[in-house]
Design a protein around this ligand. Structure first.
Ligand code: SF4
Length: 351
């Protein structure tokens, strides 16, 4: 996990994970829906925003779209980094008539934005079949929670029915406002796993989501059925916890702190950031959109707290020269909370 850079991940796992992909994926860009919206609104400028893993497809999609759009319609491509629906290019949004955000489900609906989720076409049943080896025998414990990422949401009913057919009682719920669908999880929100079952089946790519889930719900067994890489594993938080405790320990001697307030539309936690600087005269508030090692190094603080996307802190943390903590970890490092209160950093609500 810590070896991956942010260019490797995107909410919805539109990326390679380092393992060989067993399934080729193609995406439906829903160009007809975009053209319809452009015509309906008489739009002259259309903005396109792609997640990192699909940026190289952007020129082709723009070409295909231009062929379908009324003559003279301008198509613009956002060059801003994009890792989730929390990460809308607001500059482009204000300057285009139709703004298309690919690869994520809506965090907040707006007339101006067309969200094209890019559902995966990967079959989930074969990997679910394998996951049975890690789930309880339904005759002993039939209760199982089911969660997935936005990318596989198109198969959610199928997954539920499949487990039901095998004798399981499937527990699902919709999390909070940050999530569009029942059973959907984000790298920063696992509210949909607040269900009454001791085991949760996560169907989706990558390990970050199930790890977060296991941290957030330590009392549950989290079985990972990854249909993209064709592997079944059980989430193990030990390595992750070690890495986080390591960062907290390194930050304990820090005299000066940089507290990052992220200006991305869906990542701002002003009160959290402000609270820290108000109560620590050696803490300084830094505002930025992308949080990268290069951008922080010049400030020379002893340690940093990131109130933006928790994945940056936990996935990329080891790449930062100084320790980078989540707000909860900061409280431990400065002695406000005990060591064993370490938990996963989650986000709730939208903006
Ligand atoms: S803030 Fe949440 S939704 Fe946004 S990129 Fe991070 S984990 Fe994903």
């Amino acid at each position: 996990m810590s070896q991956e850079s942010r260019s490797d991940y995107s909410e919805g796992d539109l990326r390679k994970t380092g393992m060989a992909l067993k399934h080729e994926r193609t995406w439906d860009y829903e160009l007809d829906r975009i053209v319809e919206a452009v015509e309906e609104r008489g739009a002259e400028k259309v903005g396109l925003q792609f997640p990192e893993g699909l940026k190289r497809r952007a020129p082709h999609v723009a070409d295909d779209l231009r062929e379908l759009l009324p003559e003279g319609t301008r198509v613009l491509i956002s060059g801003q980094p994009c890792y989730g629906a929390c990460d809308l290019d607001t500059y482009m949004m204000r300057r285009t008539d139709v703004f298309v955000h690919f690869g994520h489900s809506p965090m907040k609906e707006s007339d101006k934005i067309i969200y094209v989720p890019l559902f995966s076409n990967v079959e989930v049943e074969p990997i679910m079949q394998e996951s049975l080896a890690e789930l309880s025998d339904p005759e002993e414990d039939p209760h199982v929670g089911l969660v997935t990422t936005a990318q596989h949401m198109n198969k959610f009913e199928e997954m539920k029915a499949w487990l039901g057919d095998r004798g399981y009682e499937v527990h699902t719920r919709r999390g909070d406002d940050r999530l569009t669908h029942e059973g959907q999880v984000l790298g920063c929100n696992y509210a949909s796993a607040d269900i009454d079952a001791d085991q949760v089946l996560y169907v989706g790519g990558g390990k970050f989501h199930p790890l977060g889930l296991a941290m957030e719900h330590p009392e549950k067994t989290v079985v990972i059925a990854d249909p993209v890489n064709n592997v079944v594993t059980v989430a193990d938080t030990e390595k992750f916890l070690k890495q986080r405790y390591g960062a907290v320990h390194r930050a304990m001697d820090a005299e000066t702190w940089g507290v990052v307030f992220c200006t991305k539309i869906g990542q701002g936690r002003w009160e959290v950031a402000n609270d820290i600087v108000e109560n620590n005269e050696n803490a300084y508030l830094l505002t930025m959109d992308e949080v990268t090692p290069d951008r922080l190094t010049q400030f020379g603080f002893d340690a940093y707290v990131n109130t933006g996307c928790p994945r940056i802190t936990t996935d990329d943390g080891p790449q930062f020269k100084q320790p980078m903590l989540t707000p909860g970890e900061y409280q431990i490092a400065v002695g406000e909370e005990p060591l064993d209160s370490l938990s996963f950093d989650t986000f709730h609500g939208t903006w």
